[in-house]
Design a protein around this ligand. Sequence first.
Ligand code: CP
Length: 313
Amino acid sequence: MNKVKSLNRKDLLGLKDLSVDEIKLILKTAHSMKEVIARPIPKVPTLLGKHIVTLFYEPSTRTRTSFNTAAKVLSANVTNVAIASSSVVKGENLIDTVKNLEVMGLDCIIIRHSMGGAPHLAAKNCNAAVINAGDGFNEHPTQGLLDIFTMVEKKKTVKDKKVLIVGDISHSRVARSNIWGLKKLGAEVVVVGPPTMIPAEIEKMGVRVSFNLDQEIKDADFINMLRIQRERQEQCLFPSVEEYSQLYGLNAERMKQAKKDVIVMHPGPINRGVEMTSEVADGPYNVILEQVTNGVAVRTALLFLLLGGKNSD
Ligand code: CP
């Protein structure tokens, strides 16, 4: 039984800010939403009359589409602002953009931005709910939630499970949201990657650091592989793709060392042949497309909880 029955907050900016009870409430509500989404007609009137805007300053396939789908499941109206053809290209700043959108009568702005803290700034400057859909290296809270939802679905709990987060930890908002959430729920988290990709003092978040994937893979319950984010690297942080992939990529040979019931995850998009071979990406351990499906349920739950829905128990 959850101690909280609704999210008593205007915004969802990061897992760092959420209590254990709030995380559990979102996961539980997402479970109910998954049942709604599986219906022949996946639509309920909960957010009829609400207006949601997506404002993505960076590209997206999964996050934006799943927020759109989630809003439509709940009968909300959605407007997708196309940054490239908006007044942002004329130099309009974030606060002015958000304030102008808000006075058109919207209830929620979903923001992705290359600058860490951009959704927080927007949230301070408008009365509408703001959801962080990924800000710089900081957080990608709905990805963290859908990853944890998928883990709980697969192994009932993350408590005391060993989760490897592998790759470019320094540039990964997905890693940070996973770490905040997983540590709150009692998982053992090990971040694995080359020293150039592990931020200083990451241990302060309660994780262990390892540079040796072969050593860590043997008793891992979950392996969350991160994308190499070349667009965020000012300099190349590894000598060659081949060397990175040899040391930190998942291939069929390396998977032989893992437990038979290990779960392989990736937030997408995958650099096939870098983080993992296609044999692994499409193989028996992976739940990558299930993560995407669960993203719709988690985002539906979040819109429901933030914009007026009440949990039924
Ligand atoms: N995982 C994720 O955020 O994917 P998109 O960039 O496609 O939204």
